[in-house]
Design a protein around this ligand. Sequence first.
Ligand SMILES: Nc1ncnc2c1ncn2[C@@H]1O[C@H](COP(=O)(O)OP(=O)(O)OP(=O)(O)O)[C@@H](O)[C@H]1O
Ligand SMILES: [Mg+2]
Length: 372
Amino acid sequence: MADLKLTKVEKAYGDVRVLRDIDLTIEKGELIVFVGPSGCGKSTLLRMIAGLERITGGTLEIDGRVVNDVPPAQRGIAMVFQSYALYPHMTVRQNMEFALKIAGQSRGEIAKAVENAARILQLTPYLDRLPRALSGGQRQRVAIGRAIVRDPQVYLFDEPLSNLDAALRVATRIEIAQLKEKMPDRTMIYVTHDQVEAMTLASRIVVLEGGGISQVGTPLELYTRPRNAFVAQFIGSPSMNLLPGEIVETGAETLVHLDSGGTARVAMPTGPEDRGLLVSLGVRPEDLVETEGPALYEGEVEITEALGEVTLLYFVPRDGEGQVVAKLPGIRSELRHRTVRLGADPARLHLFHEGQSLLYRGHEILPAPEAV
Ligand SMILES: Nc1ncnc2c1ncn2[C@@H]1O[C@H](COP(=O)(O)OP(=O)(O)OP(=O)(O)O)[C@@H](O)[C@H]1O
Ligand SMILES: [Mg+2]
């Protein structure tokens, strides 16, 4: 049974529709991640699921029951916010107990729930401390603990780690992954701006754009088979390069002549009617490799950024339009101001026409390339 089902969900503030046509089915036990540019409606959607925001169109079902008008406390949902807002004068234990006391649970039940949550989150030694005597990561764990004690069916997280420093984010991200493993039948929806969080935590990612869903899929589906140029550039860092060009040969493979001069062989079938089609060739920075053979792209390296395990090379194309970025293994700072010839595996290239991937045109769907 589907745990959560959104059908044609819409949100309008007066005349302004900020979300429209949201169709999404979430199975029990999934960890769904919402990503998308700032202002695209991620928090609004989460708040509508929680019941904190009125749904102005469509239906939301939980376990087969329409809950549009069910108050938040009766939805079996708990939400963890970015600003964890603990009560400063209450201990960790009191912070976690609070909602249960309000709900009138017995002392015994409350103590059991708090001890269980503290154990899961490794907070037992801190139960009698005040929040100010905790690190940022520990405070965020208390905020998650406040959700766990209520034993909800669905957890909603709105950028819960964005106030933490880089090292703590990584540690807490891994804790959330472990938390999910301890609760395999609980559903989680997680909003983040962080690529790595999205790719590593999600069973499926929902990419939101301009108030609608752009694509839903597993992290690797979105990475290897983006439905459109928006998803292609949103997933992956640095973003996928898009090089304008024209299809010059069709068949089992497709040959694209690029405006920047090079030619690309793409392992994707096209029909004779596609000859002359104007396309964007998509190539991820990490899929570009140095080559002696025919170049997909050739140019002078403007800037190098050596990150240790990889070096980013930045090129400015001949026509000056858009930057091209390549990611080569190792430290390659010597390539600055040199001319470099780059190629790519034909199976790892993408083609877009008017922003839509040719891969998704009806019968021509190919299996995703092997994950590296
Ligand atoms: N009360 C309101 N009245 C009118 N518009 C609103 C209201 N609340 C939010 N919005 C608009 O709804 C849109 C979605 O906001 P939301 O907070 O859901 O975005 P978000 O994707 O969570 O962004 P961020 O990544 O910055 O957190 C925004 O364009 C915002 O301006
Ligand atoms: Mg938000």
